[in-house]
Design a protein. Structure first.
Length: 181
C-alpha cells in the first residue's frame, strides 16, 4: 500500500501557519463527517501516519476506493476500524472478507463475526460457515456472543451448541432456546 507524508497548512485570516503531524492527528478526528469532506478523507487515507488513518477509518462518509484502500492497510487498528464501521461495511466485498479470514488475524475475524449483519455485498452465510468452523474458540464465540444475527442459521447454532468450548456451546444453546420460543 502506497502512503505519503501529508503536508498540512493552516490559514487564519490570510496568515499561513505551518503545522506538523501532531496537529494533523488532532484535527483528523474533528473534521466534520460529511459527504462534502469525502475528498479530504481520500487524501488523509493515504497518510503515512497510522493515527490519522485510524481516525479516517471511523468516518461514515468514505468513498468505496478509500474503504478498500483502508482494508489493505498494514496497521491492524486501521483494518479493524474499517471492518467495524457499519457505513463502510455495506461496501466491503465478499472476496475482501475471504482474504481477511484466510490471513487468520483473530482480531479481524472476530470483528467480522460481530458485525456480520453489516456486510451487505457478501453472501454472509458463507462467511458465517467459515467463522463457525474456525479452530479458535474466540472467533466462534463472537458469532453467538450477543444477539444472534438472522444470517446465523439454526443449523449453525445447533452445531455451535455442541462446540467443544463450554462458553461457545452454552451461549449458542441460549440463543437457540431464544430463537425457538
Amino acid at each position: 500500500m502506497q502512503t505519503q507524508t501529508i503536508k498540512t497548512e493552516l490559514l487564519i485570516n490570510g496568515q499561513k501557519v505551518i503545522i506538523g503531524h501532531q496537529f494533523l492527528e488532532d484535527i483528523s478526528r474533528d473534521i466534520p463527517d460529511t459527504k462534502e469532506n469525502k475528498s479530504i478523507f481520500d487524501i488523509l487515507a493515504l497518510s503515512d501516519n497510522p493515527s490519522v488513518k485510524e481516525d479516517i477509518a471511523n468516518k461514515d462518509n468514505l468513498s468505496k476506493k478509500t474503504i478498500h484502500l483502508l482494508l489493505k492497510d498494514t496497521n491492524q487498528e486501521v483494518v479493524d476500524n474499517i471492518l467495524s464501521n457499519g457505513d463502510a461495511a455495506k461496501y466491503i466485498r465478499e472476496d475482501a472478507l475471504f482474504k481477511i479470514t484466510k490471513v487468520g488475524n483473530i482480531k479481524h475475524i472476530k470483528t467480522i463475526a460481530s458485525n456480520i449483519d453489516d456486510y451487505k455485498k457478501c453472501n454472509t452465510c458463507k462467511i458465517v460457515k467459515i467463522i463457525a468452523n474456525h479452530p479458535n474458540a474466540l472467533v466462534r464465540y463472537e458469532l453467538v456472543r450477543w444477539r444472534v444475527s438472522d444470517v446465523v442459521s439454526t443449523k449453525i447454532l445447533k452445531q455451535l451448541s455442541n462446540d467443544k468450548d463450554f462458553d461457545v456451546a452454552k451461549q449458542a444453546q441460549e440463543n437457540l432456546d431464544r430463537r425457538n420460543q
